[in-house]
Ligand binder design. Structure first.
Ligand SMILES: NC(=O)c1ccc[n+]([C@@H]2O[C@H](COP(=O)([O-])OP(=O)(O)OC[C@H]3O[C@@H](n4cnc5c(N)ncnc54)[C@H](O)[C@@H]3O)[C@@H](O)[C@H]2O)c1
Length: 249
């Protein structure tokens, strides 16, 4: 598959690149000029509709990792309008699979995350009004509306907190258990959701717009990852016991 990735120079991008590069032809893009790697790379602003449409020519799928968190105008340009541009490009070229990404609170914002348990990605969306959550939530809604009106499937992968694995994991003495949130995943496990999301056949998806919580199996029970396991066949390989079993270390 030929895959266009937007916002590929961020923290998650290199892990997604690694998870996809052996089986797919990647075109990596980011607003940054520099890229350190061996894949095809293009400087591209996701807010530039013509640029996104042009970069998407001939690709089979688009992965959107771009995000801007704090500046009002740029957050709308990247998080909301960026999704609009991705969807316009997909429709223009007949691209039938888009993978979008975002933070858990586009769905489970303050209305849920402060009080509820067993929170899955099917709940009515409550992003709250924080700029990052709100603009990413708008982007997600744009994806949903395009999927309803066009012949394409959008999968949105939601994350909250990433942890290092293996040799890069913090040692027990450096771990602050109060910093551990019940929606955490290693970068590598998170990245493994991308090939699954690209390759899952349309008829295995319940609808044309599906949202998945991506985090490892944790004992807290506040959030649920069951849908990602059941539909995407995604399984975390690292359940971060070092963090939540810290008293036993
Ligand atoms: N890192 C986290 O802790 C975290 C937590 C929850 C969700 N997420 C989600 O995961 C996804 C990836 O996030 P990340 O951690 O890699 O973010 P990041 O901030 O590290 O990277 C975002 C990338 O987007 C690029 N970008 C910014 N403006 C752009 C523009 N106009 N055009 C093109 N690219 C632009 C940046 O240059 C950067 O390389 C995002 O959807 C984010 O909301 C991340």
């Amino acid at each position: 598959m030929k895959v266009l990735i937007l916002g590929s120079n961020g923290m998650l991008g290199p892990y997604v690149e690694k998870a996809l590069q052996d089986d797919h032809h990647l075109i990596l893009t980011d607003i940054q000029e520099e890229y350190e790697g061996n894949n095809e790379y293009l400087q591209l602003d996701v807010a530039d509709l013509e640029g996104v449409v042009s970069a998407a020519e001939g690709v089979d799928a688009i992965v959107n990792l771009s995000v801007l968190r704090h500046d009002r105008k740029l957050a709308f340009d990247v998080n909301a309008r960026g999704c609009y541009n991705v969807m316009k490009a997909a429709v223009h070229h007949g691209i039938s699979r888009v993978i979008n990404t975002g933070p858990h609170f586009t769905i489970a914002g303050p209305g849920y995350e402060d009080f509820e348990f067993n929170i899955n990605s099917e709940i009515p969306s409550q992003s709250g009004t924080g700029l990052y959550a709100h603009t990413k939530s708008l982007g997600q809604e744009i994806c949903r509306v395009f999927s309803e009106n066009h012949d394409l499937h959008v999968i949105t992968l939601l994350f909250y907190n990433f942890k290092e694995s293996g040799d890069n994991m913090l040692s027990a003495s450096d771990i602050d258990p109060n910093q551990f949130v019940p929606f955490s995943v290693t970068w590598e496990d998170a990245a493994r959701a991308f090939p699954l999301s690209l390759e899952i056949p349309d008829d295995k998806l319940p609808s044309k717009c599906e949202i998945f919580n991506i985090f490892c199996d944790l004992p807290h029970g506040q959030f649920q990852n069951e849908k990602a396991r059941r539909i995407l066949d995604w399984e975390p390989t690292d359940n971060l016991e070092e963090y939540w079993k810290i008293d036993s270390l």
